[in-house]
Design a protein around this ligand. Structure first.
Ligand code: ZN
Length: 477
C-alpha cells in the first residue's frame, strides 16, 4: 500500500468512527441518495424507510427517510417498496479457464449483482492483462482479487497440455518459495494450493504465506488429511477430499494415496489425480464413519469452506434442466452457448445411468458443516461445469437455503464471509456508514425468498449508480 493510500484509509476510518462529525464536514450535496428503501445486510437487522447517502464511493450516512431532512444529491432514487443489499461476491471464479468467456465475464457479473470476485487460479501471463482491463473499466467491472497460478506439486493437473493451463509445478520447497515471490510481486493478494503438493511443499507454502501476510486458499492435497490442512489455510474449495478423512483408519487410506502419488508410471497429473479420486471418493463416502467425520468437521471450523455446491451436485440438479437456464445462456458468448446447447441435447438423449452418490453427499455434508458452525462462503467455479458467470451464484445461494441456511445466512456467505478472508469486513459486506458503496437494489424481498436476489433493478458499484438499462448494455455484445 502506498503512503497516500494509507493516509486516505486512516482519514476514512476516523471518519467512520466519528460519523456525526464527519457528516458535518460532508459536502453540501452528495453523489447519490436512495430514499425510502428497506436496507438489509447479514450483520445489521432489516431497517425500513431508510435514506442511504453515497458520496465519493462510500456510504456516508444512513438516515430515517420519515424524519431526517432531505440531503441534496446529484442523483436521487425513490426506492419505496425496494430492498438494498450489499454487492455480492462470487468467491471462486476463473477468468482465464475458457478464453471465449474472458471478455464477457465482467459484464455478466455486474448484470447479476456481483461486484466482487476472487479469481482462484490462472497463469500470470494470461491473468495480468485481464486484471488491467478490469481495473481500467472502473465501475463497469467487478473488483477482483487473484491468486495467480494453482500451486501444484511435481505433477501438475492443469498443465496446459492435458487440461487448460492454470497451474505450475512446485517440486521442492525452494521452488515453491521462488514461485510465491514472483506471484506476490505480480500483485496477487492470496495463494492457491493445489492437490498434488507434498506435505513438505505444503509446509513451505504456509510458511512463506505467513511471512508475506497472504491468506491461503486451496484444495486438500491428496498427500494430506483434511483435518490437518484446515487449521493452516483460510479457505478450502469444493469439499475436495474431505470424504477421505471421514473413514475409520484414515491413516491407511492416506498411505494408499501417498504410495500412488510417487507416480512411478509417470502418469500426467490430471490422470493420476482422477485415478485417486476414483479409488477413494465413492468408497470413502460409502464407508463413512460418523465419529471420525465429526472430528473432521470440528477441525473444518478453523477455515472457510467454499462448497461450490451447484457444481458438486450437478448430477442430481442438472443445471440446464432449470427453467431459467436457457434464458441465462442467451447472454453468454455464442461460441460457448452453441456448444453447451449441443452438449445439453446429447446429455438429455443419453440413457446412461447417473450415479448421484457424490451429489447427495455434497448436499448433506454442506448442511452438516453449516449446522456445526463451520464458516461457508459462496463461490461457483464459473465458467467450469456449466456455470454461467453471475447467474450461477444465485443458484448457489438457493442451494444453501435448501440445505438449511436461512436467506440471511446465505447472504452472509456471499458478502461478509468473503470480505473476512481478506480482512476487509470493516470496509465491505454491510450497508453501513463508512463502508464502500457496493450494493444491489432489489424489487422483491430476499428474506422472503432467496431467489429474490435476482430481482435486480440497479447495482451501485464504486459509488456509481448502474441502472437496469446500463447493466443490460454491459451484457450486449
Ligand atoms: Zn476453481
Amino acid at each position: 500500500m502506498t503512503s497516500t493510500a494509507r493516509s486516505t484509509l486512516t482519514t476514512l476510518s476516523l471518519c467512520t468512527a466519528l460519523i456525526v462529525g464527519c457528516a458535518q464536514d460532508a459536502p453540501e450535496s452528495v453523489d447519490l441518495a436512495i430514499r425510502n428503501v428497506t436496507v438489509i445486510d447479514a450483520v445489521n437487522p432489516v431497517r425500513r424507510s431508510q435514506t442511504v447517502l453515497i458520496d465519493d464511493g462510500r456510504i456516508i450516512d444512513i438516515v430515517d427517510s420519515n424524519t431526517a431532512p432531505e440531503t441534496p444529491a446529484s442523483k436521487k432514487i425513490d426506492a419505496t417498496g425496494r430492498y438494498l443489499i450489499p454487492g455480492l461476491w462470487d468467491f471462486h471464479v476463473h477468468f482465464t479457464f475458457d478464453k471465449r468467456f474472458t471478455d464477457a465475464m465482467a459484464g455478466l457479473f455486474l448484470y447479476h449483482g456481483i461486484t466482487n470476485v476472487r479469481d482462484t487460479g490462472g497463469l500470470l501471463e494470461d491473468l495480468l492483462p485481464v486484471i488491467d482491463t478490469l481495473r481500467s473499466a472502473g465501475s463497469n467491472a467487478p473488483n477482483i482479487w487473484y491468486s495467480g497460478p494453482l500451486l501444484d506439486g511435481k505433477d501438475v493437473v492443469y498443465d496446459g497440455v492435458n487440461f487448460p493451463g492454470l497451474g505450475i509445478a512446485n517440486p521442492t520447497p525452494e521452488a515453491a518459495r521462488a514461485n510465491i515471490a514472483e506471484i506476490h510481486a505480480a500483485g496477487a493478494s492470496f495463494l492457491k494450493i493445489y492437490e498434488m503438493v507434498t506435505p513438505e511443499v505444503f509446509a513451505a507454502i504456509v510458511d512463506e504465506a505467513g511471512l508475506r501476510n497472504l491468506p491461503i486458499d486451496g484444495h486438500v492435497p491428496l498427500s494430506m488429511r483434511a483435518r490437518d490442512v484446515a487449521p493452516q489455510v483460510q479457505s478450502l474449495e469444493h469439499l475436495r477430499n474431505y470424504e477421505m478423512d471421514c473413514v475409520s483408519d484414515p491413516e491407511l487410506w492416506l498411505a494408499a494415496r501417498q504410495a500412488e502419488l510417487a507416480n512411478v508410471a509417470n502418469e500426467p497429473g490430471n490422470v493420476l489425480r482422477s485415478r485417486l479420486h476414483t479409488l477413494q471418493r465413492l468408497t470413502a463416502i460409502i464407508a463413512e464413519d460418523p465419529a471420525v467425520c465429526a472430528e473432521t468437521t470440528e477441525a473444518l471450523k478453523a477455515t472457510i469452506t467454499v462448497p461450490t455446491l451447484r457444481m458438486n451436485s450437478m448430477d442430481l440438479y442438472v443445471p440446464f434442466a432449470r427453467d431459467d437456464f436457457d434464458r441465462a445462456m442467451d447472454l453468454i458468448p455464442a461460441s460457448v452457448s452453441e456448444e453447451w446447447r449441443a452438449a445439453r441435447d446429447a446429455l438429455a438423449a443419453s440413457e446412461e445411468a447417473v450415479d448421484t452418490t457424490f451429489a447427495e453427499w455434497s448436499l448433506r455434508r454442506t448442511g452438516e458443516l453449516h449446522l456445526a458452525g463451520a464458516p461457508i462462503a459462496a463461490g461457483t467455479d464459473t465458467p467450469i461445469g456449466w456455470s454461467i458467470p453471475g447467474y450461477s451464484l444465485h443458484t448457489e445461494l438457493e442451494q444453501y437455503v435448501e440445505v438449511g441456511m436461512t436467506p440471511l445466512e446465505a447472504l452472509h456467505s456471499a458478502t461478509v464471509k468473503p470480505a473476512e478472508f481478506f480482512g476487509l469486513e470493516n470496509e465491505m459486506g454491510q450497508i453501513k456508514a463508512g463502508f464502500l458503496a457496493d450494493a444491489v437494489l432489489l424489487s422483491a424481498d430476499p428474506m422472503d425468498d432467496i431467489r429474490n436476489t435476482r430481482s435486480i433493478e440497479a447495482v451501485i458499484h464504486q459509488g456509481k449508480l448502474l441502472p437496469r438499462a446500463h447493466l443490460t448494455r454491459l451484457v450486449t455484445p
